[in-house]
Design a protein around this ligand. Structure first.
Ligand code: NAD
Ligand code: WQD
Length: 336
């Protein structure tokens, strides 16, 4: 298939480009580079042995998108482009709604005007809020999102489902990612956060590489096996392959389909720290800090639906995630 990949220069997008190429798909990337670097695309080209067709275009730029879609006829779009920092979204809600919702509305409109009505959307486990049912299945009710970032994902899901109801030519696959970490085993592409990392694994790797003195563990009084928060970490290469698998749903005219992409295993913050130390032979100093606002105790998926319907299942475990995150960080201490 020929696929438009928005946000393809980012963390998950770049890994997905590698897996799409391996599966024989053709891709065109649109990214405004607001949270990425074109070097990631050079590295993808190096890994795949194929040039990457790239347009530096903002998805809010209707004319820019029109120009791309006049030149290329796409079978589907995989839509990663968006802002994703939870804390920043609380400070700058307008910017998040405008970029994520405004941008996606423009993208959807330009797509339909060019006759492409197939989209795979990067949603998030954040839409479940603090689920009463664990492990979380796709049937679980969506919950209350405590921040504008999460709201944009939840609202965009609703918008796309309404569009699909009104026009059944649309095929919409909503992929709810749990906690993506790790990096390509080559160490050539990986996560490249700006400033102080918000997420656990990039913080851990920055402590390991000596950029930060210690990890703050946000709370050790949750009702979990060791008191620290439990999450479903998933290797980014597995997640990337989940997108290749999701193309099957599009090919089968799924209408609207929702899948959790997780491993189904929950690990605590201290499990991650201990596994990282064991696998990589590096001590991670840490201290216990107060709980972080908006955090929940436990969140992990039931990923059975994706296995049953798409034949997709995560292959990598926490050890490989820790090994590959470190391999990326140590080979690229300052990112790209
Ligand atoms: P990322 O920031 O590395 O990638 C997003 C890309 O989108 C970046 O390259 C950025 O430059 C681009 N972008 C942002 N706004 C744009 C715009 N208006 N026009 C064009 N390009 C734009 O993030 P990621 O971790 O790769 O996440 C990809 C998607 O997955 C995002 O939508 C994110 O919300 C979602 N997601 C991520 C996680 C996670 O933990 N990383 C979890 C769940 C969902
Ligand atoms: C994991 C655990 C923290 C940093 C976020 C978004 C979610 C999704 C994935 C996009 C928690 C603890 C963290 C640190 C810590 N993104 N922690 N010290 O919060 O599960 O999910 O990223 O859609 O929407 O909310 O991930 O990596 O920030 O935290 O102790 O320095 O690590 O409290 O228990 P989270 P995370």
């Amino acid at each position: 298939m020929k696929i438009l990949v928005t946000g393809g220069a980012g963390f998950i997008g770049s890994h997905t480009l590698v897996e799409l190429a391996a599966a024989g798909h053709e891709t065109v990337v649109v990214d405004n580079l607001s949270n990425s670097n074109r070097k990631s695309l050079e590295r993808v080209a190096e890994l795949t042995g194929k040039e990457i067709l790239f347009y530096e275009v903002d998805i809010r730029d209707r004319e820019g998108l029109n120009r791309v879609m006049e030149v290329h006829r796409f079978d589907a779009c995989i839509h990663f482009a968006g802002l994703k920092a939870v804390g920043e979204s609380v400070e700058k809600p307008w910017e998040y709604y405008e970029n994520n919702i405004g941008g996606t509305l423009t993208l959807l409109d330009v797509m339909r005007k060019h006759g492409c009505k197939n989209i795979i959307f990067s949603s998030s486990a954040t839409v479940y809020g603090d689920s009463a049912i664990i492990p979380i299945t796709e049937e679980c009710l969506k919950g209350h999102c405590t921040n504008p970032y999460g709201q944009t994902k939840s609202m965009l899901e609703e918008i796309m489902m309404d569009m699909q109801k009104a026009d059944n030519e649309w095929n919409i696959v909503l992929l709810r990612y749990f906690n993506p970490i790790g990096a390509h085993p080559s160490g050539r592409i990986g996560e490249n956060p700006n400033g102080i990392p918000n997420n656990l694994m990039p913080y851990v790797t920055q402590v390991a590489v000596g950029k930060r003195p210690e990890l703050g563990v946000f709370g050790n009084d949750y009702s979990t096996h060791d008191g620290t928060g439990v999450r479903d970490y998933i290797h980014v290469v597995d997640l990337a392959r989940g997108h290749v698998a999701a193309l099957q749903a599009i090919e089968k005219n799924c209408g609207c389909a929702i899948y959790n992409l997780g491993t189904g295993q929950g690990y605590s913050v201290l499990d991650v720290v201990k596994t990282f130390e064991k696998v990589n032979g590096i001590k991670i100093p840490y201290s216990i800090k107060p709980r972080r606002a908006g955090d929940i105790a436990t969140c992990y998926s039931d990923p059975a639906k994706a296995e049953k319907e798409l034949g997709w299942k995560a292959q990598y475990g926490l050890e490989e995630m820790c090994r590959d995150s470190w391999n990326w960080q140590k080979n690229n201490p300052n990112g790209y």
